[in-house]
Design a protein around this ligand. Structure first.
Ligand code: ADP
Length: 465
């Protein structure tokens, strides 16, 4: 019976092997220069001997850093696919078990399999789940994790420099990893994969369109420019949803419009065909028109892609999509003036409510944007952008909080007056946009700017704070 057991063990299928991984670099779009770095990793497999002869140290581990959905897993698979080697994968959250020793034994089993089936890529998703700096987690869960992490370090060291098993791990938090993990010979090579830019998004859409019946004149650039901030996973989804849309309508080709609609669904949820009274339609239209009309006065915010009052599941209001690509908003470098402009835009719905319905009849339709304005104003003061606190270094001191709030309130008031002023100067434009919105529910960029051209009175205002 001993022989039978042994035979059964020999036949045991590797648990962590992913079969049929057939991804190539051409399936991953928008990589730019990163592709060269990854091609080099493929060469560690295909030309390992050459590297060793020349005394080049082959890394044991490569860290792919970046937000979820940018294609880190896809890239690791593409490395295996291009090199023609086996692909083993595990998510580090699977290592983290309640029972002591389970995580460590999984790591051992994973590497055992990878070695038996070498050459191979071992892919560890969400490395930070197990690789957080030791001592940061207290209690027995922390001990178990340390045991797992130690086992991983042992395994990494076992393959250092051989080039037949290379570990690729992904993380969104390279900054919190245990220093032992990033020591030379372990994960000593970091590759950063950012969210795709405009061209990157267009290329990703095109990659996913390859397998679909696309109309010949599809405008990928239009879709790319409407989806800034989105990652590959979301863009892939847009193409899928567009295909479903086409099938539902009984058509045989996916059009630009299918993609644009799918992009809206990806961003804001399904269209909701709910009934609204004529008054509500108008109120929502005023709300959205006000943001668009004020925004169009500011250089950094005037890039409006569309304005809509079509209701979406789970959302009361409409939506103004501004293109953010060129705003340094997300990079933490927002200029003083654009922050003030942003606050002004967020207060526009409240200002319009007052102007169109009067103080006595204020609704709460603008409460969300007013909240945005409030927190942006606090950010303004805390960031030391206001005159009073310019250069202030100790703004987190507790007794300053009230002072900060009162200063933020002052900024909100000034911006509110500005919003009102702009709306009053643009009453004609407001009325035109509101009427069109109530009638059509959505305005494209061209339609909106057509109205601006006809009725707008744009005057950039001097900074007033
Ligand atoms: P991550 O590992 O960074 O969270 P994934 O690799 O799991 O992201 O991406 C999920 C899916 O999104 C992929 O399978 C692919 O369909 C799509 N995708 C993401 N990034 C890209 C890209 N750069 N090019 C093409 N498709 C992508």
């Amino acid at each position: 019976s001993g022989a039978r057991v042994r035979r059964a063990q020999n036949k045991r299928l590797p648990q962590y092997l992913e079969r049929g991984v057939d991804v190539k670099f051409s399936d991953v779009a928008g990589l730019g220069k990163i592709r060269l770095e990854l091609e080099e990793i493929v060469k560690f497999f295909t030309h390992g001997e050459m590297y060793r002869r020349r005394g080049v140290r082959i890394p044991g581990g490569i860290l792919l850093c970046g937000p979820p959905g940018v294609g880190k897993t896809l890239l690791a698979k593409a490395v295996a696919g291009e090199a023609g080697v086996n692909f083993f994968s595990i998510s580090a959250s699977q290592f983290v078990e309640i029972y002591v020793g389970v995580g460590a034994s999984r790591v051992r089993a994973l590497y055992q399999e990878a070695k038996e089936n070498a050459p191979s890529v071992v892919f560890i998703d969400e490395l930070d789940a197990v690789g957080r700096e030791r001592g940061l987690i207290k209690g027995s869960g922390g001990q178990e994790r340390d045991a797992t992490l130690n086992q991983l370090l042992v395994c990494l060291d076992g393959f250092e420099g051989r080039g037949n098993v290379i570990t690729i791990a992904s993380t969104n938090r390279p900054d919190i990893l245990d220093p032992a993990l990033v020591r030379p010979g372990r994960f000593d090579r970091k590759i950063f994969i950012p969210k795709p830019g405009l061209i990157g998004r267009m290329e990703i859409l095109q990659v996913h369109a390859r397998k679909k019946p696309m109309a010949e004149d599809v405008d990928y650039m239009a879709v790319a420019s409407m989806t800034d901030g989105m990652v590959g996973a979301e863009l892939a989804n847009i193409v899928e949803v567009a295909a479903i849309n086409m099938i539902r309508d009984g058509r045989t080709e996916i059009t630009t419009d299918d993609l644009l609609q799918a992009a809206q669904i990806e961003e804001r949820g399904m269209l909701d065909r709910k009934e609204r009274s004529p008054e509500t339609w108008k109120q929502v239209a005023i709300n959205e028109a006000a943001m668009a009309v004020v925004a169009v006065n500011f250089p950094d915010l005037r890039n409006i892609e569309f304005v809509t009052i079509a209701p979406r599941a789970g959302r009361e209001l409409g939506y103004v999509r501004m293109k953010m690509d060129h705003i340094k908003f997300t990079k933490g470098m927002l200029s003083r003036q654009s922050l003030l402009d942003h606050i002004t835009v967020q207060l526009a719905p409240r200002a319009a409510d007052e102007l169109w319905f009067g103080e006595g009849q204020l609704s709460t339709i603008w409460s969300e944007t007013a909240d945005n304005a409030r927190s942006a104003a606090r950010m303004f003061v805390l960031g030391g952008l206001s005159e009073k606190h310019h250069g202030l270094s100790n703004f987190w001191v507790a007794d300053r909080i009230n002072e900060i709030d009162s200063e933020a309130l002052q900024i909100v008031n000034i911006c509110y007056e500005r919003a009102k002023e702009i709306l009053q100067q643009n009453r004609k434009l407001m009325d035109a946009v509101v009427d069109e919105l109530v009638e059509k529910k959505s305005l494209t960029k061209q339609e909106f700017f057509g109205l601006v051209e006809l009725h707008g009175s744009l005057q950039p205002m001097p900074p007033s704070i």
